[in-house]
Design a protein around this ligand. Sequence first.
Ligand code: KIV
Ligand code: NA
Length: 264
Amino acid sequence: RRRTRIHHLREYKRRGEPWAMLTSYDTYTARIFDQAGIPVLLVGDSAANNVYGYESSLPVTVDEMLPLVRAVAGAAEHSLVVADLPFGSYQASPEQALHTAVMFMKAGAHAVKLEGGRRYAAHVEALVAAGIPVMGHLGFTPQSEHGLGGYRVQGRGDQAETLLADARAVQEAGAFAVVLEMVSSGAAKRVTGELEIPTVGIGAGPECDAQVLVWTDMAGLNTGQTPRFVKRYAEIGNELARAAGEFADDVRSGAFPAKEHSFD
Ligand code: KIV
Ligand code: NA
C-alpha cells in the first residue's frame, strides 16, 4: 500500500468508492488508524476538546497544534495527514493563512484544512499557489459557532443555494476536498453531485463521497452524550477505566507486581 495522495481521492469519487477519515492527535492512534487502512487522518482543531480539555475549538493555538501534527505525521506511513488551521490563524488575510499553513507543512502535514466559503476563496488560492493542498469545511463550522447561533443543521431551505455557492467557490479556488458538517442530507447530496472534488460528511447524510468522525467519539473515549451523527464502534473509555481500576486493586491487594514482573 502506498501513501494516499490527493489525486487518489478524486479517483475514488470517479469510481464511486466511499472512504473514511478519522481525527488523530497522537502517535499511537496515528499508527493504528494508518495500519487499519484509513486513507486520510485529520489533526483536527477538535484537539481543543479532545487533547486540551477546552469547552470549544476556539481557544486552541498554532503552538498547541504543531506538536500533535508532528506526532501524527511522524507515525502515519500511508495515510494522508491533514492539519486543521486553528481559529484566528488564517482569517485575517491570505498572507496570514499562508504563513500559518507553511508552519504546518514544515511540521509534516500533507495538506491543511480551513473553514469558510466564498469569503475564504482568496485564502485557499494563496495556499494552493504555494503548493499546499487545501481541504475546505462548510455547513456548521465550529469556529463560527457564535456567529451561527449555536449547533444547528445547515443547508435547509434557501440556505442550500448559499451552501452550493460556497462549495463551488472553494472548489474553484483549488481545494481538493470539502468537509460538510451538520448539513441536511438533501443539501449534501446536491453539493456532492455538483462538485468534482469529494465531499467529506459529518452529520451530512449517506450521499457524501467520504465520511469523517472524531476518533474519541467513534471509539467511545469520551463520557457524556455524543451527537446524533456519531456511531460508537467501541467503548474504549470503559475498557481503560476497567484496566486502571484493576491495576489499582492489584496494587492494594499485593497481587502486582508478581515474581515475573520483578528482578532477582
Ligand atoms: O476538528 C475536527 O475534528 C473537524 C472534523 C469534525 C471535520 O474539523
Ligand atoms: Na475542525
